[in-house]
Design a protein around this ligand. Structure first.
Ligand code: TXA
Ligand code: MG
Length: 346
């Protein structure tokens, strides 16, 4: 596939919207990750999304709308909890599954009778939605199986030559895909963890929250396929295991065709705490191999920079990336979910 892809600057959202309205496929920023969007009413345009991504056709897209007044145009009979979720958390990184409105193209939902709907907060996505005047079906703009792009550069690397246009929306502030939920009989079920956490939903809505993701679940169709994997091998470990893991990666690197190919390390914590608790680890890594270390001060910063760090380590030709798993609560749950998949240990 080789298309002429137009690169648009942030203020050219009118052009992006016109392309969407006339059946094109456009990559644009949301607050979570870049999306690969087409008119959700246009079946041929939605099929083109799958071709651009190399995505299995049974993996449904998220349909993006401008605000709650559009909800009944995409979901039939949205229940009270669905409405409450949108009114409390949207616009923002939350996606709710409901019964698909017949006007949504079958290709957008992979032939399912349900549809996943999100109201994005990013000004670029909102300007395009407003000007296009149609719901936009958009999966993340990565090639199938790879980490999602969270910068204009990464979006171009993933999709140039495969789509009609890519519009610059800067770096995505959240950095991980939205939380995906379904609602049933008074309860919210999380199909994919994200920045809207179980704790937040419980606190704000006072509802029961259940979990259906990870190895135990086959409910969310997209979670069956390999995901978030850079070219480098990802080793996702608890903090205490980082030193031993670097040592192991070092030993294994000797036996690889390109000995000395760099090791990438992604950790939490500020520089001082690293140099006290991790001095030997960094020293060991630098002894005979290049280790490039990305340090994030908070889990939020790690989430925002995780995919870009993984892609940057690929650009540098790292053969292994060792990543510290954050603690398993709040946003840490979503980061751990993505890291487990990137490492193939779901
Ligand atoms: O943050 C995001 O959600 C980004 C931006 C672009 O909005 N989009 C995104 O789309 O991550 P995608 O296609 O990469 O992931 C969509 C997820 C998949 O896990 C898919 O299985 C699930 O949502 N999903 C979509 N439709 C569904 C449905 N009808 N029932 C259950 N899960 C659904
Ligand atoms: Mg995706």
């Amino acid at each position: 596939m080789s298309k002429d892809t137009v690169l648009l600057s942030a203020e050219q959202h009118g052009i992006a919207a016109r392309l969407v309205a006339t059946g094109g496929v456009v990559v644009f920023a949301t607050e979570t990750v870049y999306g690969l969007g087409a008119n959700a009413y246009d079946d041929a345009a939605c099929r083109a999304i799958f071709a651009a991504k190399g995505r299995p056709v049974d993996n449904p897209c998220i349909v993006h709308i401008l605000d709650e007044t559009c909800l009944d145009e995409v979901i039939v009979g949205a229940d009270e909890i669905t409405r409450a979720l949108f009114s409390v958390f949207s616009p923002g990184p939350l996606t709710v599954v409901g019964e698909k409105h017949p006007s949504i193209a079958p290709a957008a939902t992979g032939g399912l009778g349900t549809v996943a709907v999100r109201i994005p907060a990013h000004p670029s996505a909102r300007s395009i939605l407003r000007a296009a005047g149609v719901p936009i079906a958009a999966p993340s703009a990565n090639r199938s199986g790879k980490p999602s792009p969270t910068t204009f550069r990464a979006a171009i690397e993933a999709m140039r030559g495969r789509v009609d246009a890519i519009i610059d929306g800067g770096a995505c502030s959240v950095g991980l895909e939205s939380t995906v939920v379904t609602t049933d009989s008074g309860c919210v079920r999380i199909l994919r963890p994200g920045a809207i956490t179980a704790e937040m939903i419980r606190d704000r809505l006072g509802v029961r929250v259940e979990f259906s993701y990870g190895a135990a679940s086959h409910v969310s169709p997209g979670t069956r396929h390999p995901h978030y994997r850079p070219d480098a091998r990802v080793l996702a470990v608890e903090r205490a295991e980082i030193g031993a893991t670097i040592a192991r990666a070092r030993r294994e690197a000797w036996t690889q065709p390109a000995p000395g190919a760099g090791i990438g390390v992604i950790v939490l914590g500020d520089e001082p705490s690293l140099s006290s608790s991790g001095a030997s680890l960094m020293g060991e890594a630098s002894e005979s191999l290049t280790a490039t270390v990305a340090v994030f001060p908070t889990v939020e910063a790690m989430a925002a920079g995780l995919y870009e760090s993984l892609l940057e380590f690929d650009r540098r030709g790292c053969s292994v990336v060792i990543v510290e798993m954050p603690p398993p609560y709040g946003l840490g749950t979503a980061v751990r979910d993505r890291l487990s998949r990137a490492a193939g240990i779901e």
